[in-house]
Design a protein around this ligand. Structure first.
Ligand code: SF4
Length: 934
């Protein structure tokens, strides 16, 4: 039977509504929910491929489907029954708590949990066990936004809504590549700009991103200098008389101190600090202050910083000083990275917070929560935040760790400390949907959890809108919902004598958990006592929505009254501090990190799908082309990227987006996709081997956005390329097995790829491509190469082979000879990969290969005829390459918008999810029509 289920996308904080199509308990399709106010039916490249990440093939090869115990570290985990698993967990945690006290355990959870899951774990740690050692990967994402809002506006509440984009006269996008990180919100921005071209878009970013490329004014600051910029803008606003004196006088406190501070932020000082022209500074200040309504949109560029709270507060200062808040189209609007970072904040799921935006440091708040939970007290001592928690585990202070729905061995900064923590902790529980994350490798106990399409509960998006998450299919294998696992564990701990007695966890449904959470919000700024699950079945709702109200609030502070003791907002006089790790002669490059358009976080889900690697196919570090020339570095060659904490080897790529002195690497590339081992035997584990755990003193959010690095050519002359098309039912298992081999090389990466897949086809068993790349100082043992060949099907009887052991050369190829066409199905080139380009084209594009068999085996051989190299894929939905786009554009004349329309009509690119539209616009501007070029 064909079924449709309304739910939400599990990726970013835009929180798009989806309709999941399923048949016979299998997810077969997904489309945008036309009635959901976050997206009105649209989905981006990630959301629109969700169903392809939930096929039986993906589930069977990547999911954790039953509880497992690892009896010895590094041994393969063994299955065990749920009861035994939970008893084991309860016994080990109870023993640790009895012997070492409650603060010897820690919980590290996730902004991808549902609000109900979050609520249970928060209560479990703080209410039952009596430790505040519960923190979340949201600490890495938005804790600076929380601290910034509270410091200035008095409560952690984004005051604006997506609808405000339609009313803004100036959009001030700062520290956010929304075009890639929040694509569906960016579609709204594009629409607004189309309808009201007079709306000005200002983008502040160290990189000329796709977002920046659409701006009316691009402010390309030096990394980390945001506070200096905002103070400099305020300095100019004061000088020019652009501030709102009445608003400042009647609605705020603390302006004099700020005014005194920004006196020093003269235009000369600011342009020198930020590295921008003076007229750009002036124009940014003018547009922000004098536009009728200015809406700022910001994200990790502000949050992931050692002065993250100051950056947030300094931006909010500008809104308060100009009265750009509490009216349509205006306000400081922080975009959340994760789907339910907001829900986590609501239930107080951070080490320093309590339910319903209460503060741990406030005795009355602690008493209120204790009364609500029916426990004698909530501990006063602040818990360990993310970085502190793993440091404490590495130091032996925290002895038992419970990690749920997150992958700290990929996503935390300074991974060598995290690795030490996971190795030293005496008992590590990993509650996960995917068995393929690096963190699973460190688990003593693995608990299988449900995930998207299976879960039931609620999430809150960036605009305070609560949506239902509904199950379309039954939980696979023995997986259980996260909240249920927490409840079962809590009851067992109580049975072991831990915590107060009584029915503290009486929940039988997610709704019963949510109802308790709802009651905790009564009278608070996020009061949702007027909301119900039944009402949420009808439509998503924004908070606050107190009892008696008929609708949630679209916009906060319209009356100019703030949730502070005196009802006034507070200016924060925070001085500019440079990044924690300044560039210096030994580490001359500023490495920034960020998202890719088609990938999500550690890629445990998006990384299962070859088609999402069409836009960016392999891990690289990017540099300014001029810097590469000056350093004698070439495109594609391997480089060592080294910070004070670690080193990785990765291919180099030139980027027009970067200013001189900067480098960029996507945050997604963790040890699951790029790895290797140093000559000292240390694993080289992805981008976060380099990043710093220096954090903002207020928000404790680490500076993932900046590290000082050096980049030097890697001398690894022996190279390996292995590629294959594999059946969908074993490709991901092969990738997982290849991942285990990556640390046998000084450099290795392994990624899937795909050919054109039908856009509207049901989830099907398309063959999946795998690309394994490696390099070494000298030839690796034959047995290792044989292992790789076996995993890629090159051990088949008909495979062609060549080996010259003396010269370290080895080649293998497998041709598929059908009556109508012979194609290359798998190939391994070891020792000399100079023929990569044409052999790769032959395999990836499934070109006729009958006459190439012997040639492939010949080291260094060139193709007898020019082989069309497939260029980068720009449009994921219709599989349109950059080459096809520029070729078509060369034939199109007219205005930019006419040429874009002609391009889209011809190739269909950008006409489905729209994620590639900013890049298409960039290509339109760059590619002249042939006649004009001539
Ligand atoms: Fe999902 Fe894309 Fe919407 Fe974000 S913008 S919620 S990733 S569909």
């Amino acid at each position: 039977m064909h079924k449709e289920t309304r739910s939400t996308c599990p990726y970013c904080g835009v929180g798009c509504g989806v309709i999941i199509e399923s048949r016979r308990d299998q997810i077969i399709g997904v489309r945008g929910d036309p009635d959901h106010p976050a997206n009105f039916g649209r989905l981006c490249s990630k959301g629109s491929t969700l169903h392809l990440t939930a096929t039986p093939e993906v589930t069977l090869q990547t999911r954790l489907l039953r509880p497992m115990q690892r009896l010895q570290r590094d041994a393969a985990p063994q299955p065990l029954a749920w009861d035994a698993a939970l008893d084991l967990a309860a016994t080990r945690f109870a023993d640790t708590i009895r012997t070492h006290g409650p603060d010897a355990v820690g919980f590290y959870v996730s902004g991808q949990l549902l609000t109900e899951d979050y609520y249970v774990y928060n209560k479990l740690a703080k209410g039952l066990i009596g430790t505040n050692n519960i923190d979340t990967n949201s600490r890495l994402c938005m804790s600076s936004a929380v601290a910034g809002y509270k410091l200035t506006l008095g409560a952690d509440a984004p005051p604006a809504s997506y609808e405000d984009v339609n009313h803004a006269d100036c959009l001030f996008i700062t520290g956010s590549n929304a075009a890639w990180a929040h694509p569906i919100l960016f579609r709204r921005i594009e629409d607004a700009k189309k309808q009201r071209p007079e709306m000005k878009v200002v983008v502040v970013d160290p990189r000329r991103t796709d977002t920046a490329s659409t701006a009316d004014l691009f402010v390309q600051i030096q990394p980390g200098t945001d506070v200096a910029l905002y103070h400099g803008m305020l300095h100019l606003m004061l000088w020019e008389g652009w501030t709102d004196a009445n608003y400042i006088a009647t609605r705020t406190n603390g302006f004099d101190a700020l005014k005194a501070l920004v006196r020093d932020y003269t235009p000369d000082m600011v342009v020198q600090t930020c590295g921008i022209p003076k007229d750009t500074l002036y124009e940014a200040a003018r547009l922000f202050a004098t536009s009728k309504a200015t809406l700022s949109l910001y994200c990790q560029g502000l949050n992931q910083s050692s002065s993250g709270t100051a950056k947030n507060a300094a931006l909010i200062n500008l809104h308060l000083a100009t009265g750009q808040i509490g009216k349509p189209g205006a306000g400081p609007f922080s975009l959340t990275g994760q789907p339910n970072a907001m829900g986590g904040r609501e239930v107080g799921g951070l080490a320093n917070l309590l339910s319903a935006h209460r503060d741990l440091s406030n005795p009355q708040h602690r008493a209120e929560v204790a009364a609500l939970w029916g426990v004698p007290s909530v501990p006063e001592k602040p818990g360990k935040t993310a970085v502190e928690m793993f440091q404490a585990a590495a130091d032996g202070e925290i002895k038992a760790l419970w990690i749920a729905c997150t992958n700290p061995a990929q996503s935390m900064p300074d991974l060598s400390t995290v690795r030490r923590a996971l190795q030293r902790a005496e008992f590590v529980v990993v509650q996960e949907a995917f068995l393929t994350t690096s963190t699973c490798d460190y688990a003593d106990l693995l608990l299988p959890a449900t995930t998207w399409g299976e879960k039931d509960g609620t999430v809150t998006n960036s605009e305070r809108r609560i949506s239902r998450v509904r199950p379309a299919v039954a939980a696979p294998g023995q997986t259980r919902h996260d909240w249920q696992i927490g409840v079962d564990f809590a009851r067992r701990l109580q049975a072991q004598g831990i915590g107060p007695r009584g029915a503290l966890f009486p929940y039988e449904t997610p709704e019963s958990v949510w109802n308790e959470h709802r009651e905790s919000t009564r009278g608070r700024d996020l009061d949702i006592t007027g909301m119900s699950y039944t009402q949420l079945e009808e439509a998503p709702q924004q908070w606050p929505l107190p009892e008696g109200a008929t609708a949630g609030k679209q916009r906060l502070y319209e009356d100019g009254v703030f949730p502070t003791a005196d009802g006034r907002a507070r200016f924060a006089a925070v001085a500019y501090q440079p990044v924690a790790e300044a560039r210096e002669s030994r580490f001359p490059f500023a490495l920034t990190t960020g998202r890719l358009r088609d990938q999500w976080h550690g890629m445990s889900r998006t990384g299962t799908l070859g088609r999402l690697f069409g836009h960016v196919a392999e891990p690289v570090v990017q540099m300014n082309a001029g810097d590469m020339v000056r350093r004698g570095l070439k495109e594609g060659e391997l480089v060592h990227v080294t910070s004070k904490r670690g080193s990785i080897v990765v291919p180099l790529q030139a980027s027009e987006e970067l200013a001189s002195g900067q480098a960029f690497m996507a945050m997604h590339w963790g040890p699951e996709f790029v790895s290797g081992v140093s000559s000292a035997g240390q694993p080289l584990a992805g981008v976060n081997a380099l990043t710093t755990s220096s954090y903002c003193p207020t928000s404790k959010q680490p500076e993932l956005k900046h590290a000082a690095v050096k980049i030097l050519k890697a001398e690894l002359p022996w190279t390996l390329l292995a590629m294959a098309w594999l059946p969908a039912e074993r490709a991901l298992a092969a990738r997982e097995a290849l991942r285990r081999l990556m640390t046998r090389f000084p450099f290795a990466s392994c990624v899937p790829f795909a050919n054109a897949a039908p856009l509207d086809g049901e989830a099907g068993a398309q063959p999946t491509g795998l690309l394994f790349r490696a390099a070494a100082h000298e030839p690796v043992p034959d047995e290792l190469l044989a292992e790789i060949e076996t995993l890629l099907g090159l051990d088949a009887a008909g495979a062609l082979r060549y080996a010259d052991r003396k010269r370290g050369q080895r080649r293998a190829a497998l041709l598929d000879r059908q009556s109508d066409k012979t194609t290359l199905r798998a190939v391994l080139l070891a020792g000399d990969t100079s023929a990569e380009s044409w052999i790769r084209s032959l395999l990836q594009q499934e070109l006729p290969a009958q006459s190439y068999g012997r040639l492939i085996l010949l080291p260094g051989a060139q193709a007898p005829v020019a082989m069309p190299a497939r260029s980068r894929q720009v449009c994921t939905c219709f599989n349109v390459s950059e080459e096809a786009i520029t070729g078509t554009l060369a034939q199109c004349s007219g205005s930019d918008s006419e040429r874009l329309a002609a391009l889209q009509q011809t190739l269909k690119c950008g006409t489905n999810c729209g994620s590639c539209v900013p890049e298409l616009q960039r290509l339109v501007r760059r590619t002249l029509p042939l006649k004009q070029a001539a």
